[in-house]
Design a protein around this ligand. Structure first.
Ligand SMILES: *Cc1c(COP(=O)(O)O)cnc(C)c1O
Length: 396
């Protein structure tokens, strides 16, 4: 009897993480097999299997596993032909990785604002930018800067899709390839099609806090076989002759190991369960938050099914606490939460490529007002109730 009380006590104060991994499938068995067979490094049956099965799940013809999501983005941009001095329109409100990848190539990110209705990259902002560009001899050029535009990078943040229909329409009109940063939104669909199957290429991440994780890892999916082969080649030090070690260009060591791929395969087997749990967690939060004045749950894009990766709320101006105060107060109760990322047009890392005084009011407001809540696949209903009760205590 006493012991039950003690464990109830622990239960009530235990730390609840924002987004923790969930290993309840074949992870141990597959990793053990790698160790037993000594196939632990960057070639192996699990790498091939993961590339094939991820591509199948996302309905893209070709998959290339990579060391992480950032390296997948770097290679996708390079394969798309992005060169130093090119402009690449991209969402400003995102984790910094896609912007860094653009910068690795010496290209210039053009930061686009979010839209109120979806919190995602605003296709109207993309339209306005492209209206300032001309098509000449196959190239698209920004009239104001004289720079060539080489690719478009919509980032599907928090599990929810960018409105891809207008984005693809613009991409086709201007003949520009789309590289989807789908790292946060594996499992989401837009217009009935998987996120990551709209563009010429798409990138995924299997970092520790993503829907599926293998510790660290990534993948690039491509529609075109030649582009997939070139991506694989570039991730493998551009080795042209495996015996003589002849390399035909400057390549990268960006491969995923068989050990990581084994974990990733085991995780991918559970994706439908994971998505179902994310949906249930989101539905419970949305239901509860409905009665909390001044608090808005993250939207689901029209004509889309969100993967609900990181469940996020937006505090209204009338809310009793600001986002940072809420994060601190939840933390004092053992509940991990966090604000959204600093929009990249405000980032000290990219200040040198941002037009003087650029303001993107929607992404700045979201940065100021949003908080992501605990939403691990394994989050228990009682832990979720603790979060909901804390929100009511702090905000009502
Ligand atoms: C996680 C993430 C990535 C890739 O991250 P890695 O840690 O390199 O796997 C890229 N873009 C966004 C938006 C992300 O959230």
């Amino acid at each position: 009897m006493k012991r039950v009380e003690a464990s109830d006590e622990t239960q009530a104060t235990a730390f609840v993480p924002l987004s923790a991994p969930h290993f309840r499938g074949n992870e141990w068995a597959y990793v053990k097999e790698c160790l037993d067979t000594e196939w632990v490094s960057s070639v192996g049956a699990y790498v091939d299997r993961f590339e094939r099965e991820l591509a199948e799940r996302v309905e893209m013809p070709h998959g290339v596993a990579t060391a992480n999501g950032t390296s997948a983005l770097h290679i996708a941009l390079k394969v798309a032909g992005v060169e130093p001095g090119d402009e690449v329109p991209v969402s400003s409100l995102t984790f910094i990785a896609p912007i860094n990848a653009i910068r690795y190539l010496g290209a210039v990110p053009v930061f686009l604002d979010s839209e109120e209705a979806t919190w995602q990259m605003d296709p109207e902002a993309l339209r306005a930018y492209l209206e300032g560009c001309d098509r000449d001899e196959g190239a698209v050029r920004n009239r104001a800067t004289g720079r060539r535009v080489r690719a478009l990078v919509p980032v599907h943040i928090l599990g929810n899709p960018v409105r891809m229909e207008p984005v693809m329409e613009l991409a086709e009109r201007y003949g520009l390839p789309v590289i989807e940063d789908a790292t946060e939104s594996l499992g989401a669909t837009y217009g009935g099609r998987p996120v990551g199957s709209w563009g010429a290429m798409s990138c995924f991440s299997f970092n520790g806090n993503k829907l599926l994780t293998c510790g660290g890892g990534g993948a690039l999916l491509a529609r075109d076989e030649a582009q997939a082969c070139r991506a694989k080649h570039l991730t493998t030090q551009a080795k042209a002759d495996p015996l003589e070690y002849v390399h035909d260009e400057v390549g990268y060591n960006y491969r995923l190991t068989n050990l990581q791929a084994a974990l990733a395969c085991a995780q991918l087997e559970q994706i439908e369960t994971f998505l179902e749990r994310k949906r249930r967690i989101a539905a419970r939060y949305r239901e509860a938050i409905r009665d909390l004045p001044g608090v808005q749950a993250m939207p689901e894009t029209e004509n889309a099914r969100s993967a609900w990766w990181l469940f996020t709320i937006r505090l209204g101006e009338e809310a009793r606490l600001g986002s940072r105060e809420l994060v601190a107060s939840l933390s004092a109760r053992g509940l991990q939460s966090r604000p959204l990322w600093q929009p990249n047009h405000l980032s000290p890392a990219h200040r040198d490529v941002v037009p003087e005084g650029l303001r993107l009011p929607v992404s700045e407001a979201l940065f100021d007002r949003c908080v992501s809540l605990p939403c691990s696949v394994g989050l228990s209903e009682s832990d979720q109730d603790r979060v909901i009760e804390a929100l009511f205590e702090l905000l009502r």
